[in-house]
Design a protein around this ligand. Sequence first.
Ligand code: UDP
Ligand code: MG
Length: 334
Amino acid sequence: MKRSLPELSVIVPVYNEAAHIARSLRIIADTLKSIAASFELIVVDDGSRDRTWEQLVKLSADLPQLTTIRLSRNFGKELALCAGMEHARGAAVIVMDGDLQHPPELIPQMVRLWREEGFEVIECVKENRGEEAAGKKLGAQVFYGLLSYLSGYKLQGASDFKLLDAKVVESWREMPERVTFFRGMTAWLGYKRTTISFSVPAREEGASRWNLFNLIKLAVQAIVSFSTIPLRLVSIIGALFLVGSIALGINTLVQKLQGTAVTGFTTVILLLLLIGSFLMISLGIIGEYIAAIYHEVKGRPRYLIADKHENALAYTRDETGDSGDAFAAAALDR
Ligand code: UDP
Ligand code: MG
């Protein structure tokens, strides 16, 4: 028996989605079944604390295309995605959320653009961000504005809903960083790309699995890994301070010699506070880059896999060349 590879790999990272995951995955699988001769659905359970994993194991009994990977703890969506990317074997890989906020209806259009028009990266861009707190919308705007100013990558509206050709996935795998920012990394890769816009539907169940702290952490990681301009800003601000201090220094000396030196500490205190704050912030910025270097040089694995289920029969081909896909499709119809 030798393995045949699926045409499409679909990667779905999930965290605490037990309430709806079986239904959502069935909807995704139905869409795939209608367009692809063969596909694999790789669901990465990012250390869920509810019954998500049990649901997945149960589902894999009647969804032979399902490969389930359980990470040893919650590593965050970025790393769950990495785990999926490293296991995908399809000629094209689609990455999407498990809460149906990335509408599966778009998949046929993405696949058509890839198959017929030869695009290698198809990105779905958020036309509007759906129902989201005003603060989160504003935060996203500030973050993307800052990122585009600092790194030149215009990711406004970018989502992690993408189709990547196998060669793009191959190049992506060559990026060795431990701290990853999927959207930015795929933008960096280049290749022949196009976009599809979509409006984000309401979440299938519950609230976003991201909290403010996670989002700020992701934003800082993204900026640190895509731009060194903040480091230069430290030097530029330092230079401006130098110019200011020369002017103020001359002024002070002249006043001293004329005998009209100011009394009181107001200027001194203000300068101290101002310079103190700039120094601290500058140290903080440098610290972020040192932290990033530290995380990279430690060279720890990006994630750990606790459990993996793969339906061995789903993509096998016997010596006569008969594809196992017929078996897979028949099993799915049950
Ligand atoms: N997710 C994950 N690990 C996490 C947080 C989220 O795998 O630590 C998954 C989540 O289950 C979902 C996707 O990432 O499939 C997007 O998360 P969510 O819908 O909560 O985020 P939002 O839609 O607000 O961006
Ligand atoms: Mg969501």
